[in-house]
Write a protein that binds this ligand. Structure first.
Ligand code: GLA
Ligand code: ZN
Length: 674
């Protein structure tokens, strides 16, 4: 496997470093280096919000200060992830060129201020970004200390300015060719919303069109493509100077302004920023949510990723700023590594003295010394990463995958029925994911464009919108012996949100699952039914599909209501494989039991011989010779974990049969793969 950062092919430890806020304090800049070395920091991200220091006046570039910083870091064995500064525009630029400021859904142009709020289309902003990016690349892209480009920061949001809307119309012309085709795909005869001129098309807006689902989807797709186009401009500018230096951009948690899947082939490295809301007590739900998102990031390119930001202590934008309980920092960091991260990076190295993030956690506090709890926690992680360095070359190849598709999520949110008070797509994906996570089974989290070959089990909850040829891939997967689990609301609409005709699940999935879903009952909050299977009864709620078996074997039936005794859970033999259909939203216990049975039947690889104790996460990450077992106790209570044979405490310790983890304790154990 190719290293993520070939110039420094190691696990990275460090984070955002903003020396531009301290240029008048050379003593502090000196001290920073000393403290970084003490904390075993080997890599920092520089220049993310430095544009005003780099180009204080239009066309006047000041790069010497940055050169000094990068040189000094390098001399001291600390590598630089260099940012392009497009995430925050200088005040002079914003005031001089209103065009670069974003326009809101209410068609009001932003005033100067904030960040991450530029127009992605503005030719003027693009020109300015290109100019500064080129200057940075010419000066630093061949610097031996610079290992990666950090393009902008957390691309996000949408602009409704006339330039963006005009670009949207061009995008639509390319997609549909004719207005007739667009009108047909958007079903605009409904309410007489037929377009007779391209200029009549506007972005979906609260006081305009919101009910044309094809329009809503296409607008989001356009916004994704537009931000990627902007990102490519940045990427191609820096790559023109040195094509070898890899690029990344930092993604966010459960962020669906854009479809991150579309960035997959445009970036060399995937990275993301993780800020879990830990509390006291049991944190296993939060841990499972973060685990899923780590797996989303790793699965994008099916290679290790970078944790680009996390807080070493507290987060200041959350409702409360909880300090991490003892042990939690290491547990959180090891969780990221266990799921495939090749870095632990923080926001930020030194706390800002003023402005809105002055109380956000940082490695170095306003106090300035290293004798703090946070600094000790960070140092311990640095030492651990050095010991784990061989992992940077490992691959993770799970045998199970869950489909989680952003565009499907957009369409479900917009579906208008059968449950407008909460369709709960993300929660359902999370529920199924957690049932395997609890067993210590590694998973990929892929979207409808993903490749299904190589998995034994594919779980596809609420696969409502079919796109990217997924129906064919699912058929082939099962035909060749795979096991598929699908649910209610599968295969209702095509990629433009037009309903499949002729019975759901559409597009041939009816044959695959061997069921016909005639209708779906949306239940009010608090209403319940039951699913009875194999002598057991499980509670179901929220969504109950009324299905007819068409070749599938009925495994479970409804317990109540006018559809009592009708099928609620089925399995269909298809080719060499099996397709399960769960017709109703079940309680967790159902998923736990189902996935235990499937894990056993399919002999899915587990991190331990049996389930880890409740709240303990168990993951494996392997190199050719060594298997690392990661255990993180998120339960808030002490737990004993029995270990499979052949594991030693890490690094290089004694063989263990059992290990005791204190609340939020974590452990890494080492075994041989031979
Ligand atoms: C984001 C940003 C950072 C910083 C942190 C604070 O992830 O990228 O610049 O604002 O949040 O949590
Ligand atoms: Zn715009």
């Amino acid at each position: 496997m190719k290293a993520l950062t070939p110039r420094f092919p190691h696990l990275l430890h460090g984070g955002d470093y903003n020396p531009d806020q301290w240029l008048d304090r050379p003593d502090i800049l000196e001290k920073d280096i000393e403290l970084m070395k003490e904390a075993h920091i080997n890599c920092v991200s520089v220049g993310i919000f430095s544009w005003a220091k780099l180009e204080p006046k239009e066309g006047e570039y000041h790069l010497d200060w940055l050169q000094e910083i990068i040189d000094r870091l390098y001399r001291n064995g600390i590598y630089t992830v260099l940012a392009t500064p497009s995430g925050a525009k200088p005040v002079w630029m914003s005031e001089k060129y209103p065009e670069i400021r974003r326009v809101s859904r209410e068609l009001r142009r932003d005033e100067t201020g904030g960040r991450h709020n530029h127009c992605y289309t503005s030719p003027l902003y693009r020109e300015k970004v290109k100019a500064i990016d080129r200057k940075l690349a010419e000066r630093f892209a061949s610097h031996p200390g610079v290992i990666l480009w950090h393009l902008s920061n957390e691309y996000g949001g949408v602009c409704y300015c006339p330039l963006c809307q005009a670009a949207f119309r061009e995008w639509l012309k390319k997609k549909y060719g004719t207005l007739e085709e667009l009108n047909h795909q958007w079903w605009t005869d409904f309410w007489s919303h037929t377009y007779t001129d391209w200029e009549q098309i506007h972005a979906p807006m609260p006081n305009g069109e919101t009910g044309t689902h094809g329009l809503n989807l296409d607008w989001k797709r356009f916004c994704t493509d537009q931000v990627i186009d902007f990102m490519k401009l940045e990427r191609d500018t820096v790559k023109a100077v040195n094509p070898e230096l890899p690029v990344t951009t930092n993604f966010m948690y459960y962020f669906d302004d854009y479809n991150y899947g579309k960035f997959r082939d445009e970036l060399d490295v995937i990275s993301w920023d993780s800020y879990p809301w830990w509390k006291a007590g049991d944190n296993s739900d939060t841990a499972a949510q973060v685990a899923l998102w780590h797996d989303v990031m790793r699965s994008l390119k099916k290679q290790p990723f970078l944790l680009m930001e996390s807080t070493p202590s507290m987060t200041n934008w959350t409702p409360v700023s909880r300090l991490k309980r003892p042990g939690m920092h290491m547990a959180q960091c090891m969780q990221a590594i266990a799921h495939g991260s090749n870095s632990i990076q923080y926001f930020q190295f030194r706390k800002s003295r003023g402005s809105t993030e002055k109380f956000h956690g940082a490695v170095v506090d306003h106090y300035g010394g290293s004798d703090t709890r946070v600094f000790r926690d960070v140092t311990e992680v640095g030492e651990r990463l050095e010991a784990l360095d061989s992992l940077s070359h490992s691959e993770i190849k799970p045998q199970a995958a869950i489909l989680f598709d952003t565009e499907n999520g957009w369409a479900l949110k917009d579906a208008a029925g059968p449950r407008n008070c909460g369709i709960h797509y993300v929660e359902t994906v999370q529920q199924h994911y957690k049932a395997l996570w609890k067993q210590g089974i590694g998973m990929d989290v892929i979207d409808e464009e993903g490749d299904l070959s190589g998995y034994k089990l594919v779980i596809a909850p609420m696969l409502y919108l079919l796109r990217g040829g997924i129906e064919e891939k699912l058929r082939r997967f099962v035909e060749n012996g795979g096991t598929l689990v699908g649910t209610y609301l599968t295969g209702l609409v095509n990629e433009n949100d037009l309903c499949h005709l002729g019975g759901w699940p559409g597009a041939g999935l009816r044959e695959l699952f061997g069921v016909w879903n005639e209708s779906t009952d949306g239940l009010w909050d608090g209403e319940k039914n039951t699913l009875c299977t194999d002598g057991k009864t499980y509670e179901v709620s929220e969504l109950c599909a009324l299905i007819h078996g068409e070749g599938a074997k009925v495994l479970g039936t409804y317990g109540e209501d006018f559809y009592q005794n009708e099928p609620a859970f089925t399995v269909n033999e298809f080719g060499k494989g099996k397709a399960y259909y769960i017709a109703a939203r079940t309680e967790d216990r159902f998923c736990d039991d189902l996935y235990h049975e499937l894990a056993e039947r399919l002999e899915l690889k587990k991190a331990l011989n049996s389930d880890p104790p409740r709240g303990v996460e168990a993951c494996l990450r392997e190199t050719e010779e060594t298997r690392y077992l990661f255990l993180q106790n998120f339960s808030g209570e002490e737990k004993n974990v029995s270990l499979p044979a052949g594991y030693h405490t890490f690094p290089g310790g004694e063989e263990k049969k059992q290990i005791t983890l204190p609340p939020y304790g974590s452990a890494v154990l080492q075994g041989s793969t031979k």
